[in-house]
Design a binder for this molecule. Structure first.
Ligand SMILES: [Ca+2]
Length: 245
């Protein structure tokens, strides 16, 4: 009994220590909020930002969208989540917001804090965003690059794309590159599937992109015929990755 009782005391203390260490390790991380609930630093894998306790709530974000959103239709606020991330060089975090409106439906927003404390919409797209992450590479003199993965599609089509984006020096949220991660569509009685991936060479600033295309059976998704893989190289020119010819 005695052992059990002291364990009961010890465990919360150990827990508190772990949380303290976790917070210290994640001091270069960001606060992640999903539907008002703050997630622990362990659940965030983003850095290059500050630890943020600004007290922004989902209700506040919904209010900004109602007042500033570009769409005339209603937004699906039940699917809203947001994250405060510092996307540029100043000390203030911006607020990234996504609305998950279904497999291929959604909205994406970025709000920037103004000097009077209000938040201004600086970017909006009717995108279903699956994820956003700061890239592990940075081009010279550039703000952090974000990999924003979107999903689009319709009847028989399902497309996942990667958008490499950043805040340029004029405060414009800019797409440096876009590429297909997966594209599945029905074509001539088969699935046509393209799978792609990229990698940045930080030795010379080149972005490599590979894509494999193949056909697959509509019945069991098994590959039919040969696959074809292509490769492209992109160079950074005036803030965008342009294909090297
Ligand atoms: Ca900022």
């Amino acid at each position: 009994m005695k052992v059990k009782r002291s364990l009961r005391v010890l465990l919360p203390i150990l827990g508190a220590c772990t949380i303290f260490v976790g917070t210290a390790v994640a001091s270069n991380s960001v606060g992640l909020f999903v539907n008002d609930k703050a997630l622990s630093p362990k659940e965030t894998k983003l850095d290059h930002s500050v630890n943020i306790q600004t007290g922004i709530t989902k209700d506040m974000v919904e209010d900004w969208i109602r007042k500033q959103g570009n769409e005339k239709r209603d937004y699906y606020f039940d699917g809203l989540s947001f994250e405060e991330m510092n996307v540029d060089g100043d000390s203030e975090p911006e607020v990234l917001v996504r609305i998950d409106g279904g497999v291929h439906l959604g909205d994406f927003f970025i709000f920037d804090k103004q000097s009077n404390g209000s938040y201004k919409l600086i970017f909006e797209k009717p995108w279903h965003v699956e994820s956003w992450n700061i890239e592990n590479f940075r081009a010279d003199g550039m703000n952090p690059l974000f990999n924003i993965v979107t999903r689009t599609g319709g009847t028989g089509a399902d497309v996942r794309e990667s958008h490499l984006m950043y805040m340029n020096d004029s405060g414009v949220w800019t797409e440096a590159w876009k590429g297909t991660l997966k594209d599945r569509s029905v074509f001539q009685g088969k699935y046509h599937v393209a799978m792609g991936s990229y990698q940045f060479n930080d030795d010379n600033g080149e972005l490599f992109y590979w894509q494999t295309e193949m056909d697959a059976s509509l019945e069991d998704n098994k590959q039919e015929g040969d696959s074809k893989t292509t490769m492209k190289i992109f160079n950074l020119q005036q803030g965008k990755f342009i294909e090297k010819k």
